[in-house]
Every structure is written in C-alpha cells, then in structure tokens.
Design a protein around this ligand. Structure first.
Ligand SMILES: [Zn+2]
Length: 58
C-alpha cells in the first residue's frame, strides 16, 4: 500500500501487514509504530513553527 514519505514527501510503501514503512527514494525505513510516532512528532514541530510565524508577524 502506498503512503507519503514523511521525509521527502514522495511515495513510500507500507507493507500489507502494516509492520513497516519504506521509502526507496530517500531510504526512509521504520516500523509502522515508529512511523506513526514520527509523523505525530513532525506535526507537533510544524505547529510550533506556525505559531512562531504568527507571533513574529502579528
Ligand atoms: Zn522518502
């Protein structure tokens, strides 16, 4: 199954049994559990960046 790679935003591959995620383009490879945490962490950082941006440009 195809998903989006969190690092390069290209198509990554999620194994059919949902055990691992792999991106051939940048070499990203994680278990699905790690991948979910990684995405959550990235999103949190992204939200921080957005709030910083708002404050600076207020
Ligand atoms: Zn990638």
């Amino acid at each position: 199954m195809k998903i989006i790679c969190p690092d390069c935003k290209e198509k990554a591959f999620l194994s059919d049994d949902f055990t691992f995620v792999k991106c051939d383009r940048c070499g990203f490879e994680m278990t699905y559990g790690e991948y979910v945490k990684y995405i959550a962490h990235k999103d949190a950082r992204y939200s921080d960046i957005l709030s910083d941006y708002k404050e600076k440009n207020y």
